[in-house]
Ligand binder design. Structure first.
Ligand code: SF4
Length: 443
């Protein structure tokens, strides 16, 4: 086993079985499909997680393919001291000629000696480590015993076996929940925001809640010494729609999830903030005063984009798990027409407030049978297609206009101040297509 700094690849599609339709939530029909999928794996989450958690390190235990994936996705980070690497499982490990646990211990010892700034080390499982049934939880326990109190070692799976790329964050945060301190005695409920947000967005939300007199605590925190405590007085708001396991782990610690839409667009952000405000006893007038200015600015910037997006049709392939909240924002605030909203997984409870806001009769699909979905997309010829990287180029070649779903996860899109930028992410490809057509006409 050898450690390499990082790198990428297209993930081979995962093949499953059959396809079926069934009645949906409320009046929204849900088409459930299982077939060939086009997705990235959960290792991708390391890209935004390592930027957020500044004293954590992510050691992927995987193959050269895994190393290529992360290094390409992370791009520029190869020029800096990275906070992720891959311990390559090589032929000797696979042939049983080396004890993989001994090899891993050696890699970790070298890493921690060289990097005294690391406080949390994540051993990240991959398809290869799962296929050879490498028990990373046992390794994490052993290494924690060796390196605590300086370094805590945790493990989670980022493998691409039956997962989609945002599940890596869910698995990582769920692994972190047991390490959260037990809640101290408090007079009233406390508020925790759950899900990785760009620092600029986190600061905006912290300021908005502070102006209502509420201290919002964020999970994951930027530094491991700032882990928020958790218990029955904790009320938590999910900032991302793909954190099912994390939410369950927090609920097992006694915390209570606040039902709300997600903070995308002005409406989603207002309702999301209001759920947090109501749970912590903020009066309506205090809330209105706190959000008024930001909400007005968001409305102005959204109105500009609406001129270009209203009445355009959009088709979502399942990829990021952000599809349903995005569809709600694009239809209600920008006037777009939803042709099909595909999502890899539909968590009915966490998305209940979102589903209730979608236009009646929206066509929702869960899972994927990519060929069938491509047929539906081609038949509909939508103005804009949101899809993974693997589908974007072929669809562009067929004359369709596409938006990469992964960009929506790498970009700060939550909150009032980002609402106009989020809408602009959808106007840009249409604008580009328009200019290209113009160029061709001129030529
Ligand atoms: S974890 Fe699996 S899907 Fe992801 S890069 Fe490694 S081999 Fe590919």
């Amino acid at each position: 086993m050898s450690a390499v700094p990082q790198a990428a690849s297209r993930i081979p599609p995962i093949v499953a079985a059959s396809s079926s339709a069934s009645a949906g939530c409320g009046d929204a029909p849900v088409l459930r499909e299982r077939g060939q999928r086009e997705v990235f794996c959960g290792l991708t989450g390391i890209i935004w997680l390592h930027r957020k958690m500044q004293d954590a390190f992510f050691l992927v235990v995987g193959s050269r393919t895994c190393a290529h994936l992360i290094q390409s996705a992370a791009g520029v980070m190869i020029f800096a001291e990275p906070r992720f690497a891959t311990a390559i499982i090589d032929e000797r490990d696979l042939a049983g000629l080396a004890d993989v646990h001994d090899e891993l211990d050696r890699v970790v010892a070298r890493l921690l000696e060289r990097r005294p700034d690391i406080r949390t080390l994540f051993l990240v499982g991959s398809c290869p480590s799962e296929v050879i049934k490498l028990d990373l939880s046992r390794a994490a326990e052993r290494l924690t015993r060796d390196y605590m109190p300086r370094v805590r070692v945790l493990n989670y799976s980022g493998s691409g076996i039956e997962t989609t790329f945002t599940q890596g964050e869910d698995a990582c945060l769920a692994a972190l929940v047991p390490t959260l301190p037990r809640e101290t005695e408090r007079d009233g409920p406390t508020l925790m925001i759950v899900g990785t947000l760009a620092d600029v967005v986190e600061d905006q939300f912290a300021r908005l809640f502070a102006s209502m007199g509420v201290e919002a605590r964020f999970f994951p925190p930027r530094l491991s010494r700032a882990l928020p405590d958790v218990g029955p007085a904790t009320r938590f708001l999910l900032a991302q729609p793909f954190l099912a396991d994390t939410a369950r782990a927090l609920e097992e610690r006694g915390a209570v999830r606040l039902a709300a839409p997600f903070p995308l667009g002005s409406e989603g952000t207002t309702r999301w903030l209001k759920a947090g405000a109501d749970a912590t006893g903020v009066a309506d007038d205090v809330f209105e005063r706190a959000v008024d200015g930001s909400r007005n600015r968001a409305a102005t910037s959204i109105a500009r984009q609406r001129l270009q997006l209203a009445d355009r049709s959009i088709f979502f392939f399942p990829d990021s798990q952000l599809e349903i909240p995005l569809a709600r924002f694009l239809s209600r605030e920008l006037g777009m027409r939803l042709v099909e909203v595909g999502t890899p997984y539909l968590h009915r409870q966490h998305l209940a407030d979102e589903l209730a806001l979608l236009p009646a009769g929206t066509s929702i699909s869960e899972g994927q049978d990519v060929e069938r979905q491509l047929d539906r997309c081609r038949a509909a010829r939508p103005d804009l297609v949101v899809c993974g990287l693997g589908l974007a180029n072929p669809l562009e070649a067929e004359g369709m206009t596409t938006k990469w779903a992964i960009e929506l996860v790498f970009t700060p899109i939550q909150g009032y101040d980002q609402a106009g930028d989020l809408a602009a992410l959808f106007t840009r490809p249409l604008d580009r297509r328009g200019r290209l057509s113009g160029d061709r006409l001129v030529a």
